[in-house]
Design a protein around this ligand. Structure first.
Ligand code: HEC
Length: 123
């Protein structure tokens, strides 16, 4: 995204017309908005998710997704993972019978990252 914007800006600069600076200002504004918007929708971060999982989830779900306590779903065997991200994120935020609520404790983005990591534990 950013690279496309810089490319466009460079070409606008080389136009050499009287409207050049106005075009540069408008393009910069559009690019800033687009770059910020695309940063918000970037793909889940596996490594951030791994850190979150190890810090907050592994004590019950196990470092490899094999549960350490009874009644905990087995991610290693893919339990509960057929549900869509949106459903599971809400579920993690709400908590369960035994699982604490992570609402406001972990950012939505990091819950999604942890979920992306959990999905890689399935064998
Ligand atoms: C205190 C133990 C514990 C911790 C810590 C814990 N969980 Fe859970 N988790 C459970 C249990 C038990 C269940 C089954 C539902 C219930 O009884 O609460 C569950 C269920 C789930 C489910 C399935 C939810 C569903 O609706 O099917 C997901 C996904 C999940 N946990 C992810 C996480 C993530 C991500 C973390 C860390 C941010 C985490 N859990 C931390 C115990 C825990």
């Amino acid at each position: 995204m950013l690279r496309n914007c810089l490319f466009l800006l460079r070409h606008t600069l080389s136009l050499g017309t009287g409207l050049r600076w106005r075009a540069v200002v408008i393009l910069s504004a559009i690019c800033t908005v687009l770059t910020l918007a695309s940063a918000g929708s970037r793909a889940a971060d596996f490594f951030a998710g791994q850190k979150i999982y190890q810090a907050h989830c592994a004590r019950c779900h196990g470092p490899e997704g094999r549960p350490l306590l009874p009644n905990v779903p087995n991610f290693y065997q893919g339990e509960r993972l057929d549900a869509p991200d949106g459903f599971l994120v809400r579920s993690i935020k709400a908590g369960g019978n035994l699982m604490p609520s992570f609402n406001r404790i972990i950012k939505d983005r990091d819950i999604l990252n942890a979920l992306a990591y959990i999905r890689t534990l399935q064998r």
